[in-house]
Design a protein around this ligand. Structure first.
Ligand code: SF4
Ligand code: SF4
Length: 120
């Protein structure tokens, strides 16, 4: 996905207007039904081409709330599908060639571990 918002989110709205590609929705529009904000993995570009650090994480006041996730690419199609993707119900990557930009400086291990984007 790029980045994801977890259940530490306090629905403060600080992130939503910072996203340059409108990838974030609030709790009312969260497709998972969770009462927190949500990042659409097929829209998030990890702020590549916009900011050095994801703007949502810079704006978020809640420690550890926004984490890395796997890149939204065809290689990770299974990650985002069905039960393998805990943040979505059968999230389907319609286009097998989908390739969203991602920061290649972030390791796949850190992504798999869902490390916070900003760590103290
Ligand atoms: S990392 Fe950037 S593009 Fe992705 S949701 Fe956050 S602000 Fe939007
Ligand atoms: S800034 Fe952080 S705590 Fe506030 S709505 Fe966004 S993800 Fe949730």
């Amino acid at each position: 996905m790029a980045v994801m918002i977890n259940d530490l989110c306090i629905n403060c709205a600080a992130c939503i207007d910072e996203c340059p590609v409108e990838a974030i929705v609030d709790e009312d529009d969260n497709p998972t039904g969770e009462e927190c904000y949500y990042v659409y993995p097929d829209k998030c570009v990890e702020c590549v081409g916009y900011h050095d650090t994801p703007a949502c994480a810079e704006a978020c006041p809640t420690e550890g709330c926004i984490t890395w996730d796997m890149p939204f690419t065809a290689d990770n199609k299974e990650h985002f599908a069905g039960g393998n993707y805990i943040d979505g119900n059968n999230y389907v990557m319609d286009d097998a060639d989908a390739e969203m930009p991602f920061k290649d400086s972030v390791s796949m291990d850190d992504r798999a571990a869902r490390k916070p984007v900003i760590e103290d």
